[in-house]
Design a protein around this ligand. Structure first.
Ligand code: OGA
Ligand code: MN
Length: 289
């Protein structure tokens, strides 16, 4: 199998052609892993994987996270269907709980940073795409860290941010799809603002919409600082936008990439399927399925 890997213009992202993700030998898988560490976001056009094939490919990167119950309309808790198409085939209204959940995805974030052990990778594939909009944008937090003033890098070096699903989802009003037990299992957690990538050793900014404020700093001021850092970080040339075709699969490294949906007209259907590789931990991870 010969893989053709074409880097994007941005500081992150590459397109991989020439391989079938449901039939990868170990050598090709290793090449994909190397490319993923280099480019942080890989686009695989036209794979058309089934749910089971996507799960099997995802599991090659590690154990999968189970998602919040509102997300898995099917039995397998490791598969998230992100869709505005309701059970009756009609499109959901804007005030539907799931619509609010989806709306949250349109703000820069890294998946599961509000969990004690945040996600390693996310894999997203397109089943139904809208005619207009619906792209997903990715921003390179390695290059964003590199672009900071040395004094800012130094100041941030030992800072810890509080990440909270109650904070981020509260802002978009999407509280009603979460069960009481899930709320209780999602207390605010602390994450370093600068992380060192375990595979590449590169430093990166670890921020996004779930980051509420910095421990030991004024809450309002540090919140505004985090917001400013995020705006500055998510600028060209650090941003790659993927315009979806049905069958595409994109995988990104949540440890060093922020992403967001760009939104689409609510009267157009969109259906995406996501799997999430759990973060590495030395102890138990209560979110592993
Ligand atoms: C996600 C996500 C954005 C999109 O799947 O984690 O944030 O464009 N998706 O659907
Ligand atoms: Mn996401």
């Amino acid at each position: 199998m010969t893989l053709e890997i074409t880097p994007a213009e941005a500081t992150l992202g590459a397109t991989v052609r020439g391989g079938r993700l449901d039939a990868l030998d170990d050598e090709s898988f290793a090449a994909i892993e190397v490319a993923w560490h280099a480019h942080a976001v890989l686009v695989f056009p036209g794979q058309n994987l089934s749910d089971e094939e996507q799960v099997a490919f995802s599991r090659r990167f590690g154990p999968l996270e189970r998602s919040l119950s509102a997300n898995h309309i099917h039995d397998d808790p490791t598969i998230i269907h992100l869709t505005n198409i309701g059970e009756n085939g009609r499109l959901l209204s804007a005030d539907h709980g799931v619509s609010m959940l989806l709306k949250g995805n349109n703000y820069w974030h890294t998946d599961s940073s509000y969990k004690r052990i945040p996600a390693k990778a996310s894999l997203l594939s397109a089943r139904v795409v809208p005619e207009t909009g619906g792209e997903t944008a990715f921003a390179d937090m390695r290059a964003a860290y590199d672009a900071l003033e040395p004094a800012t890098q130094d100041w941030l070096a030992d800072k810890i941010a509080v990440h909270s699903y109650g904070y981020s989802q509260g802002k978009v009003g999407g509280m009603k799809t979460i069960t009481r037990e899930e709320w209780d299992a999602l207390p605010p957690v602390e994450q370093p603002v600068i992380r060192i990538h375990p595979a590449t050793g590169r430093r990166n900014l670890y921020i996004g919409r779930h980051a509420s404020h910095i421990v030991g700093e004024d809450e309002g001021e540090s919140r505004r600082l985090l917001e400013r850092l995020c705006i500055e970080a998510c600028q060209v040339p650090r941003v790659h936008v993927h315009r979806w075709q049905v069958g595409d699969l994109v995988m990104w490294d949540n440890r060093c990439v922020l992403h967001r949906g760009l939104g689409h007209p609510p009267d157009q259907p969109r259906h995406m399927v996501r799997t999430t590789v759990a973060g590495d931990s030395t102890g138990a991870n209560e979110w592993v399925a």
